[in-house]
Design a protein around this ligand. Sequence first.
Ligand code: FAD
Ligand code: MLT
Ligand code: ZN
Length: 478
Amino acid sequence: RSSPASAPDRLPFSRVSVEDLAFFSQILPGRAITDPDLVESSNVDWLKSVRGSSELLLRPQTTEEVSQILRYCSSHNLAVNPQGGNTGLVGGSVPVYDEIILSTSLMNNIHSFDHISGILTCQAGCVLENLSLFLEERDYIMPLDLGAKGSCQIGGNVATNAGGLRLLRYGSLHGTVLGLEVVLADGRVLDCLSTLRKDNTGYDLKQLFIGSEGTLGVITAVSILCPRKPKSVNVLFLGCETFEQLLKAFQLCRGMLGEILSAFEFLDSECMKLLNTHLKLSNPISDCSFYIVIETSGSDPSHDAQKLHNFLEEAMKSLLVTDGTVATEESKIKALWSMRERVTEALTHDGFNYKYDISLPVERIYQLVTDMRQHLGSRAKRVVGYGHVGDGNLHLNVTSPVKDPVLLAAIEPFVYEWAARYHGSISAEHGLGLKKRNYIYYSKPRPAVALMGNIKAMLDPKGILNPYKTLPDQLKQH
Ligand code: FAD
Ligand code: MLT
Ligand code: ZN
């Protein structure tokens, strides 16, 4: 099988031998999978853009089993690809060559939930949506939410430092994750599974693993601070004609909705066409150039309704929005949210999908879409923009009928140079994985990247954990 063109040569790791297989089958009875049909789906990423050729999928259930696996792999020079729900979008979740896939899917126990503090402690393989359902029954919610909730796992979320739709309100996982249990490359278990809000006893080591994309250790358990379930939730779906109006609506919204604002998301008219064409979702309002999804979450329905009413009146009066609809009832809220959440899925039906996830000063985010459209002209099938306005995070996506190296050469490095010119980030929330690793220098100074290399060498001296990912192929010295 061929490797992706951008992958470096296979490093000199050992290949899985009959003795290795016997060892894994003995410690994981029935859970060391070699049937090619079963391993296949773990070799291919969600976007179906990267394919590895692993012949072994391990499915541990406990931290001790993960520890035994890594101890063995480390001493036998075997490379390992940690895998959660396999919904990552940068080719980090699947092997590049024959790395052993270590799946956390069977590590799905909830350890504890404290009803007073709202602190949840669970294994890394718990699916995000299952955690949300568990918490909702107890009047709490997860501090993060994303379109992949039905498949992604909390360990994968932490490993990618996933942002998602609620970050504006509840902040990033660097703030809400209170503790982690991590198995290091040599099998040592690092128990930093604290459930304390405050703990300044030296370096906060867990932070290193948040966003480390499986390159520094395997996250086996997470403790996370969860907010109370809001008593009143409203969703507004609005339309406006220019991005300037959208930004003014954002400013107005922050001022008038204040503490109850929990999301401010957008999609452009090209996204709406994708939803209509590929998913048969119809526009709930009249056709506009831009659509905004605003969510409020509060504790007093009448107070929130009053605030929303005042905001809408002002936004209409000042001609910022041209049309809109409001949902307070759960099924309609879900339907409006799917117009934003399902853009990713709609894109996969439009041909080959080039995906970019850029952080910029918020007033610049749509300029990148219009510049890219102009730059590519008819070479692209479609150039679309959507994302998390509240976080200054644009998802720029380009489609073409088939994979097209000429088109790719026109997009990259144009897009990265554009982001760097405005001091943006070339990966706001998806990580670097396999696809973006060599572009890290557009967003990080050389000494910072060199220090990352030192940390990797210290924690994983043999480089067995997720090789070829996150760090650039050549670690340039400063
Ligand atoms: P995987 O895809 O399996 O793995 C992702 C990375 O983490 C890999 O490098 C893997 O090696 C590593 N990893 C996984 N588990 C562990 C572990 N236990 N220990 C160590 N390393 C591990 N992302 C956002 O930030 N915001 C969004 O709004 C968002 N929406 C999405 C919507 C859709 C429809 C899809 C398909 C993806 C979306 N994503 C989003 C991408 C996002 O990165 C993932 O959905 C999610 O965080 C990854 O979790 P996972 O369990 O699927 O991890
Ligand atoms: C989103 O916000 O929808 C996700 O990050 C996925 C994507 O970028 O398509
Ligand atoms: Zn996103």
